[in-house]
Design a protein around this ligand. Structure first.
Ligand SMILES: NC(=O)c1ccc[n+]([C@@H]2O[C@H](COP(=O)([O-])OP(=O)(O)OC[C@H]3O[C@@H](n4cnc5c(N)ncnc54)[C@H](OP(=O)(O)O)[C@@H]3O)[C@@H](O)[C@H]2O)c1
Length: 308
């Protein structure tokens, strides 16, 4: 099968078109023929070699954790899915290929009205946002400040938190103010226009740092009330101990089941309470993947990059 991967780390142009064996199925797996795939910042870190110590992998490396496609084969113990179903899948790697074999516990049927682009961008960021909000353990009317509220994870976290009756303050660049507001945030604060420390000091029961690479980390701690919590998707700020808040790095644990999160997100979408934004769709080929990685390295557009 055709796959897009690399045999050396580096710039987006290290991608090459590879010919690899079609994946084989376990008895609880399904084989999916990809129709669209989503690109994540993590894929760019893999490509650049930033993750090689934390996650050593053998070349060729085919990144990709977000796939939507048609089931073309099912394992003997798979229930609830059949050949022909269009599903959203969340593989840990290998998504930039023509086919992916994956456990049926890591897929969900695509809601009919959801486009392939929306579906391709959902699984990684949606499951991350779902478990980050869950980890926050907020009660109704408590305040959640989301740094990077315009981002792929942040924008979904805004909507999940609003659905749970939480007061949401989103931090984003001023160009994304209307977008974050339209997602339902009660307040939007533009980090390029306002003095965040003045406006937000001690306001949050929980701060979720979903900014790219933890860019908001240094100031985010100041927004947490005494006794509050700080959750980062990347790394914890150095001064976390100085302020008496519980600082946590959001890492996926075994009890965070994809099935639970994906099922919730599909239902939220069906009830018209989940808006998903595609930044750009590029072609599912070498040119497309290089272009998508060039864009993700520049970090300018809100929304997901998709190959189709
Ligand atoms: N994708 C995943 O599933 C996943 C899973 C775990 C962890 N992560 C990590 O979480 C982070 C966010 O991922 P993502 O996919 O949501 O990325 P993304 O779509 O690029 O969003 C990141 C957001 O960060 C915001 N930002 C940039 N500089 C900022 C600053 N100085 N202050 C506040 N916000 C700032 C940007 O907002 P503006 O455009 O409005 O400036 C952007 O919307 C990444 O570091 C990623 O590696 C992602």
């Amino acid at each position: 099968m055709k796959a897009l991967g690399f045999t050396t780390y580096g710039v987006p142009e290290v991608f090459e078109e590879l010919e690899l064996p079609k994946p084989t199925l376990g008895e609880k797996d399904v084989l999916i023929k990809a129709q669209a795939i989503g690109i994540n910042p993590y894929d760019a870190l893999l490509r650049a070699g930033t993750m090689q110590k934390i996650r050593p992998l053998e070349f060729p490396i085919v990144p990709g954790s977000d796939v939507v496609g048609e089931i073309v084969e099912v394992g003997s113990k798979v229930k609830h899915y059949a050949i022909g179903d269009i599903v959203i899948a969340h593989p840990s790697i290998g998504g930039y290929g023509e086919y992916v074999a994956i456990s049926s516990a890591k897929i969900v049927k695509k809601p009919e009205e959801m486009s392939l682009e929306e579906a391709a961008g959902l699984a990684s960021v949606g499951t991350t946002a779902y478990f980050a909000v869950k980890l926050a353990k907020l009660k109704k009317n408590e305040t959640l400040i989301i740094q990077g509220a315009s981002g792929a994870v942040g924008s979904i976290a805004v909507q999940i938190a609003k659905e749970a009756g939480i007061h949401v303050i989103g931090i984003a660049h001023s160009r994304n103010r209307d977008y974050v507001s339209a997602l339902g945030a009660d307040e939007v604060v533009a980090y390029d226009e306002e003095n965040l420390a003045n406006r937000l000091a001690d306001k949050a029961d929980v701060v979720l740092d979903a900014s790219f690479g933890g860019k908001g980390a240094a100031e985010g701690l100041q927004f947490v009330k005494k006794g509050g919590r700080y959750i980062s998707l990347t790394s914890l700020p150095d001064n976390a101990e100085e302020k008496k808040v519980k600082a946590m790095r959001m890492t996926r644990t075994k009890d965070m089941k994809d099935k639970e999160a994906l099922g919730y997100l599909a239902d939220l979408y069906r009830s018209h309470k989940l808006r998903l934004k595609t930044a750009e769709t590029l072609t599912f080929d070498l040119r497309g993947v290089i272009g998508a990685h060039q864009l993700i390295d520049k970090k300018k557009v809100a929304g997901k990059l998709v190959l189709k």
